[in-house]
Design a protein around this ligand. Structure first.
Ligand SMILES: [Zn+2]
Length: 379
């Protein structure tokens, strides 16, 4: 596994090379993030998982960097790694922005809180889900109440992840989903496999049966670092939706609200309003991190978005199944080389290795962060 990296922070005030902002793996990313944060005077706080580790037995940590006064009433909150391995892109956006001059010259009464690898198990084990196979971005529901049903997923569940990861196995899975789509339509099919489900711990978009450690820790972080914040600009970095290397905004503020108008003014109405992921109706997403942030900051105003970077378009659906297959079904045949090849395909589906993609993510990521910071200052 990884050995300790030599971390060399890029010169402040410059856009780093993509290979300085993107990391080799979770452990390397932590070191780069902390070094970059400390180089611009941020305070760094780490939250260690009580019992899970990296594959090579190292502690799993969520790292938080706070830049600017602790008692600021305006906070730019930047989260990476909600979906585990997608964190490589969000981390690069965080590290890239920290390297810019504006990290050293924040507007008055404003701080920036960067949460690095909110789901460190997922990233270090190269999966999108948590230690309990929970989709963290579906986990912020009230677990004391009956869970929202997903009858359509009930029908699809036996078919979505093939027993064998072969062309024949995949063709059978695709045929089952296609048959469902033909009967119920593309929007309903997307909703079934994306909105969330709370019945199948070994299924897609499983929201869990209790609050995950990452969920509990997010509440602790916000309590400790956003105590005085009244206005919060939120970016939760993701990948997998949108055009290749281009940002795609999913704003979860209420339709017509002041917060939605703010987000639209920062990033552009045409990018923020009425967005259709993969060209389809937006799923009825349950249990989003966005809702958690709102809930943990009662009485405060939270505006912002999930910001995705596109990779393979609708083809990512197959990668979502591959993630589950590698986790629960690959050991049946125990072919380590095959699994290694497939694992790299999974990583490449969400964080392409291509330099052009990474350069685009880095430069968009810095710009989008900058827009939110300037917008927050005049909110
Ligand atoms: Zn995601």
């Amino acid at each position: 596994m990884s050995t300790a990296s030599t971390v060399e922070a890029p010169l402040p005030g410059t856009i780093p090379e993509y290979w300085q902002a993107f990391s080799r793996d979770y452990a390397d990313a932590r070191l780069r993030f902390i070094a970059q944060a400390q180089s611009v005077g941020a305070s760094v706080h780490s939250y260690t998982h009580p019992d899970k580790t990296t594959p090579d037995g190292q502690p799993l940590r969520i790292d938080v960097a706070r830049l600017g006064p602790a008692d600021a009433t305006r906070t730019l909150l930047l989260i990476s790694g909600t979906h585990g391995l997608e964190g490589a892109a969000g981390s690069a956006a965080q590290i890239g922005w920290l390297a810019t001059g504006s990290a050293r010259a924040l507007p008055a009464d404003t701080n920036v809180v960067l949460i690095h690898a909110i789901n460190p198990y997922g990233w270090s084990h190269q999966t999108r889900t948590t230690e309990n196979n929970v989709d963290l971005n579906r986990n912020f529901v009230d677990h004391s109440k009956p869970y929202p049903p997903n009858d359509a997923y009930d029908l699809l569940h036996p078919h979505v992840v093939p027993a064998q990861w072969t062309q024949a196995g995949l063709a059978a899975a695709t045929a089952a989903v296609d048959a469902f789509r033909k009967e119920h339509g593309a929007d309903a099919t997307f909703n079934a496999t994306a909105s969330g489900q709370y019945k199948y711990p070994q299924g897609l978009v499983y929201g869990g049966e209790q609050r995950e450690w990452s969920n509990l820790t997010l509440e602790t972080i916000l309590r400790e670092h956003l105590a005085q914040s009244q206005k919060v600009a939120l970016i939760d970095w993701h990948t997998g939706i949108g055009e290749y290397g281009e940002p795609f905004f999913l704003c979860f503020n209420e339709e017509g609200s002041e917060e939605q108008q703010q987000a639209a003014s920062w990033w552009g109405r045409e990018r923020v309003l009425d967005q259709r992921p993969h060209g389809l109706a937006r799923p009825n997403y349950q249990g989003l991190v966005f809702r958690g942030v709102e809930q943990f900051l009662p009485g405060r105003q939270v505006a912002g978005a999930v910001v995705e970077f596109g990779t393979r378009g609708r083809q990512v659906g197959e990668a979502l199944r591959l993630d589950q297959w590698l986790r629960f079904k690959s050991s049946q045949a125990a072919d380590a080389t095959r699994d290694d090849i497939l694992r790299h395909d999974l990583i490449d589906a969400f964080v392409p290795y291509a330099s052009g993609w990474r350069q685009s993510v880095l430069s968009h990521g810095i710009h989008i962060t900058e827009q939110a910071l300037q917008g927050l200052a005049s909110w």
